[in-house]
Design a protein around this ligand. Structure first.
Ligand code: FE
Ligand code: FE
Ligand code: ZN
Length: 281
């Protein structure tokens, strides 16, 4: 089995997100900790969070996968960009502790011409500054499509960041199917080999969540444009095979497809059904 859900708006708070997830037939979800384009986060309403935690327990939700704002760039060149990254990261990690033991996923960053080696160094610097021994949240590095100067464009770069983080046990990886396909990993023709390579380069024990998306572009295109499940270049059969892959059972899967509620509900049911035939827990 897999846990599956979509991105949900955090505008109305935690309990509202939980209820919306239930409406879609989801048992996990993703949400932006603040406006995805940046800005400040709303103050936490503890009563609201408690109601959500109760609902999540009652309905046996899997881990939820919070998403950092897109504007958070840990390896930007401008001081104000890095300042925002440090501040938002610290604030978001503090918020995450109201829902203990879940995931905080972020895009490693764009090195904007400084080179990937310097990018990796700066990202690790932010993590070493921000991670705390006492936190219960696991921080996930998202695998990227390699658009522009994105860091995390292949498994080696993800591994290089992980190798530089001191509190390594607080770190995991979120695999985005659209991104790795665009990054050149052929999950259509050789899914087993891609997962094997992930295991060799990073380690499957690091894999904590999956972003399940189709891609508007071809293998190795480095574009990052998501498509609905079955309507892109990856295709329905390959994405079903991801959902039922034995190495991925038990993980939260998050849809980031261009959809409305009815479309997400349909994709959730479809992929849950595909995974339920796997016989794996
Ligand atoms: Fe993302
Ligand atoms: Fe993603
Ligand atoms: Zn993407």
């Amino acid at each position: 089995m897999i846990y599956i859900g979509s991105h949900i708006s955090s505008a109305k708070g935690y309990e509202a997100m939980g209820k919306q997830a239930l409406k879609l037939g989801a048992d996990t979800f993703a949400f932006f900790t603040r406006n995805p384009r940046g800005g400040n986060a709303k103050p936490i309403d503890e009563t609201d969070v408690k109601k959500f935690l109760k609902l999540a327990e009652e309905h046996k939700f899997g881990k939820i996968v919070a998403h950092a704002p897109y504007t958070l760039n840990a390896c930007g060149a401008k001081p104000e960009v890095r300042d925002f990254a440090f501040r938002a990261f610290a604030e978001d990690l503090a918020r995450m502790e109201y829902t203990p033991g879940n995931y905080y996923n972020f895009h490693p960053g764009s090195h904007v011409g400084q080179g990937s080696e310097e990018g990796i160094r700066l990202i690790a610097e932010l993590l070493n500054h921000s991670l705390k021994q006492e936190q219960t949240t696991i921080v996930l590095l998202e695998t990227m499509a390699g658009k522009g100067s994105e860091v995390g464009r292949n498994f080696e770069e993800i591994r290089a960041i992980l190798d530089r983080v001191e509190l390594s046990e607080k770190m995991g990886v979120c695999l985005d199917t659209c991104h790795i396909w665009d990054g050149g990993y052929d999950i259509v023709g050789s899914l087993d080999q891609v997962i094997e390579e992930f295991d060799q380069k990073i380690g499957l024990e690091r894999l904590k969540a999956v972003h399940i998306n189709d891609s508007m572009n071809g293998l190795g295109s480095h574009k990052d444009r998501h498509a609905k499940i079955g309507e892109g270049c990856i295709g329905l059969e390959a994405l079903k095979a991801v959902a039922r892959h034995p190495a991925l059972q038990g993980l939260p899967f998050v849809l980031e497809t261009p959809n409305d509620d009815a479309g997400w509900a349909e994709e959730i049911a479809l992929l849950r059904d595909a995974a339920s035939g796997s016989g794996e827990k």
